[in-house]
Ligand binder design. Sequence first.
Ligand SMILES: *Cc1c(COP(=O)(O)O)cnc(C)c1O
Length: 302
Amino acid sequence: MIPVTIPSPIQEITEPFLEKKEIRLFLKREDLIHPVVSGNKWRKLKYNLQEAKAQNQTTLLSFGGAYSNHIHALSFAGKSFGFKTIGIIRGEKTLPLNPTLTYATEQGMLLHYLSREEYREKETASFLEKIKSVFGEVYIIPEGGKNNLAIKGCAEIPEEIEIDYDYLCTSCGTGTTMAGLIAGCHGKKSIIGFSALKGNFISSEVQILLNEFGNENTHKNWSVQNDYHFGGYAKTKKELLDFINGFETTHQLPLEPVYIGKMLFGIYDLIEKGFFKKGSRIIALHTGGLQGNEGMKTIPAL
Ligand SMILES: *Cc1c(COP(=O)(O)O)cnc(C)c1O
């Protein structure tokens, strides 16, 4: 068991720009849920950990890139709940291990590397068979924790919000958190996702996830913004880093550039453009991810 801060606190962000635009902005500080298993990673793992226990499984296996917040969180949560953990990592092993993978190893996670080509095949039936033959009986959690139990966990986020609001915003990687918010809002409010990846596929991913979830899949009160990826996943630009530095200094709270910085940049840009109705209240999720900051410092801004 690990002690988590649920419900996560809601903090208002105040500044003259927001006042002038007659918008109230709040951050739901999911990053404060736990120092390691923070943000949506806890929401996504919770029911998976329970299910693995119910199945009497001893080992959890999942997938991720070398800087994955999910792998980082799983290594700690798995250990805390008494599971062995295996991380299947995309790409070749590079030494020294980066801070994310060093941490995962210290938690006892066994790392196994796959070439990018092999990694792409990781969800095929034949590959999953291979995993069973190499590692034995394991509880498999998809990359990024993307499954129905993860959606169920994220659907609990809106239930916790006691203040009145109009828009609920989140950053999107796999779209699982977004699907959970849509499910948990039951057709009420407007849910807006900000894709951290280049392309226009998050909307259809979210719809597929909702269809697999089995209900809550006919709502139309949501949309995805695809213009705030800053070059793609884990890519960044000076304009984004300047925005993040300014925000962190003004509000004295930490952001990270892979997900949350991009979402907040997008929210500010949309406020500037008059996208949100005057007088409305926006709640944005601070989905955590601060562990990746160490590794990101080595990635150059374009
Ligand atoms: C993983 C992650 C996301 C993306 O969540 P999805 O459910 O995969 O869309 C967003 N923000 C942070 C900080 C994350 O670590």
